[in-house]
Each structure stands twice: as structure tokens, then as C-alpha cells.
Write a protein that binds this ligand. Structure first.
Ligand code: KG4
Ligand code: ZN
Length: 337
């Protein structure tokens, strides 16, 4: 008798083609990621046309490999969870159409998943979530604080008014002449420098919103002014100063919101969750509080399909099903998906 729930997760929202099989919502049976970063590097960012083309080339191979590693056939799956949005529409469509084709051919239900819900539920692959939980989401496209009162319920209590944290990292990195994606490079430089430069922090008092565009401009101005005066700024110190400013605001707001909403757990999520400085600062801040902090391992911070399968399991249990009219939705709302 079959008792385990097996969900196939599919993720193609940006520059990784990924598929994974997740058992009972918490266990990774297989997790395959084909990254396109090398193809986009020379353009300094993700080129949507190229992303779509790579997804088309990779999707069948990645799906077959995920099933092969899991030792399961399509007939053994309970559901297919696929990233429905947000993301690049041409990229999303490849995953959505692959999911629909498999679902139709094998009579398997589909569950459309919000990409950020996936990042949040990556945490369930390391430990059970305790509700109410608060997620600090820091990715290339999003920076927000999301409250989860119960499984599969998402309420955005604060979000960025301009750039996402990852976007700011990538833009500052580009100004320093570092390759795409710049976040890991800034993180590495920051460890070697000191936060000696005075840079702004956008507190936006009375709100849980964020803003990083002023900080990004301040970094660019600091560099240009120094250049004009013929002075040299050490990139390590600039990276450390920028990173200190980003982290201070993220940590302070996460702590304040976690206390105000009296949550049991704080879940770090998104690509910038890989940041060493942020992981350390959050660990330090929450070690003083009776609130558990969950930080996913690095391979679950950047885009993958295991997280989509994990979120898929939660939404499947809640009864969510998508129809054959499922479409890629670049503007999908996490509170309403
Ligand atoms: O979650 P993700 O794949 O993007 C979206 O879903 O939007 O995150 C990608 C972002 C990029 O901006 C990248 O520079 C950043 O995560 N990132 C980092 C680090 N590793 C990746 N940012 C800072 N420090 C890192 N170690
Ligand atoms: Zn992502």
C-alpha cells in the first residue's frame, strides 16, 4: 500500500532549470538544477530570450534526471508543483507547459506555486515550521517580510519600495567591475574589508518597508567622488560598508516584526540568504531571543525545485489544484495565488 506522498517540483522562473522529487513535503529524494549563469555572465545579467531557449533545451533532461535519481516513474507521483510566477514570462511558460504536458499525459494533478512561497518553504526541508512564523525574504527580485499564520497562508507586512536587496548587491557589484551575479562577490570582499565608509540606512520609521536605491546611489557617488579627487577606495572596505548597511536594516526590521507579531520562528529565504554576513548577524540577533531562527543550507537558498516541491506539498494538502489553463504569471501575488 502506498502511503508516502511524492511531489515533483519544477522551477524555471529565471536562470535555473530545475526539477526535484519531494517525499511527504519534507524530504528531498532528488534535486536537479541546471544553471545558465555562465551563458548570461558576459551580458552582465539575465537575458530573457537566452533564458527561455536554455529552459527549452534543458527541461526534458532535467525532469528525466530528477525522476531517475528518485527511482520513480510519473505514475508514482501524487502531484506536480510548478512555479507559476513571478519571474520572466517566457521562462515561466517552459516549466508550466512541461508540467501541463506531464499532468495531461499521466493524469496527475498540478499545483501552481508562487516562487517566493517556494523560497520560504525551503525551510521545511530542514525542519518542521512552527506557526505563526515570519519570513525574511531577500532575493534578486524581492525583499519583504511575510507573516505565515498557518500553513500556506502568506501576508506581506513590509516590502521594498524600490530595489530588492539582491538587485542592490548586483548593481553595486557591477559598479565595482565584478561579474554577475555580484552578491557572492560582494559578500566575499566584505569579509576581507572593514565598514569604514559612512553610508545611509533607510529606516522608513513606522513601517516594515525597505528601500535600497538610496544606498546604491550613495555607493556609486562615493566611488565617483573618490575617483574625481584621485583618491583610492579599497573595494573590500566599500563592500563591507555596503553590506553592513543592508544587513543592519534587514536584521533590525526582522527582529522588530518577529517580536511585534509574536512569532515562534523566523525563516530566512531567497538568494541573498546565502550571504555570510547576513547569516551571522541574524544568528547573533536571534540567539538573544526566545524565537527560533531557521536558515536553509546554501544549496536551498538559490533557485531550485526542491523548494517548489516543498511549497507544493503544503498547498496540495490545503486542496489547491490548478487547471489546464494554468499560465505563467510574472505579476503573481503571494497573498492571492
Ligand atoms: O532568489 P534568487 O535566485 O532571485 C530571485 O528569486 O529573485 O536570488 C538571486 C540573488 C542575486 O541578486 C544574487 O546576487 C544574490 O541572490 N546572492 C547573494 C549571495 N548569493 C546570491 N547576495 C549576497 N550575498 C550572497 N552570498
Ligand atoms: Zn529565487
Amino acid at each position: 500500500m502506498k502511503t508516502d506522498q511524492l511531489i515533483l517540483g519544477i522551477e524555471t522562473s529565471c536562470d535555473e532549470t530545475a526539477a526535484a522529487v519531494i517525499k511527504n513535503g519534507t524530504e528531498i529524494v532528488s534535486n536537479v538544477v541546471a544553471s545558465q549563469i555562465e551563458s548570461h555572465k558576459r551580458f552582465g545579467g539575465v537575458v530573457p530570450e537566452i533564458a527561455s531557449r536554455h529552459h527549452v533545451e534543458q527541461i526534458t533532461l532535467v525532469l528525466e534526471e530528477a525522476l531517475r535519481q528518485a527511482g520513480v516513474g510519473y505514475e508514482g507521483l501524487d502531484a506536480i508543483a510548478v512555479t507559476e510566477g513571478p519571474g520572466l514570462v517566457g521562462a515561466l511558460l517552459i516549466g508550466v507547459n512541461a508540467a501541463k504536458a506531464v499532468a495531461f499525459a499521466h493524469g496527475i494533478p498540478i499545483v501552481g506555486i508562487h516562487h517566493i512561497a517556494g523560497h520560504i518553504y525551503a525551510n521545511r526541508l530542514i525542519q518542521e515550521i512552527q506557526y505563526p512564523a515570519l519570513s525574511l525574504v531577500v532575493s534578486g527580485g524581492h525583499t519583504e517580510l511575510v507573516l505565515l499564520d498557518e500553513p500556506g497562508s502568506f501576508k506581506v507586512i513590509g516590502e521594498t519600495r524600490d530595489d530588492a536587496a539582491g538587485e542592490a548587491y548586483d548593481k553595486v557589484a557591477r559598479t565595482l567591475g565584478l561579474p554577475y551575479p555580484g552578491g557572492p562577490h560582494i559578500d566575499r570582499l566584505a569579509q576581507m574589508g572593514s565598514p569604514t565608509l559612512k553610508l545611509p540606512r533607510a529606516w522608513l520609521e513606522g513601517s516594515y518597508d525597505f528601500s535600497f536605491s538610496g544606498l546604491k546611489s550613495a555607493v556609486i557617488n562615493t566611488l565617483h567622488n573618490a575617483e574625481q579627487r584621485g583618491e583610492k577606495i579599497e573595494p573590500e572596505d566599500l563592500a563591507a560598508s555596503f553590506q553592513a548597511s543592508v544587513i543592519e536594516v534587514l536584521v533590525m526590521k526582522a527582529v522588530k516584526a518577529a517580536k511585534e507579531y509574536d512569532v515562534k520562528q523566523v525563516l530566512l529565504a531567497g538568494g541573498v540568504a546565502a550571504n555570510k554576513g547576513l547569516r551571522e548577524a541574524l544568528t547573533e540577533a536571534f540567539s538573544q531571543l526566545p524565537i527560533e531562527l531557521s536558515i536553509p543550507p546554501l544549496y536551498l537558498c538559490t533557485d531550485n525545485a526542491a523548494m517548489i516541491g516543498a511549497a507544493g506539498s503544503v498547498m496540495f494538502e490545503k486542496g489547491k489544484r490548478s487547471g489546464m489553463d494554468l499560465n505563467g504569471n510574472p505579476g503573481l501575488d503571494i497573498e492571492a495565488f
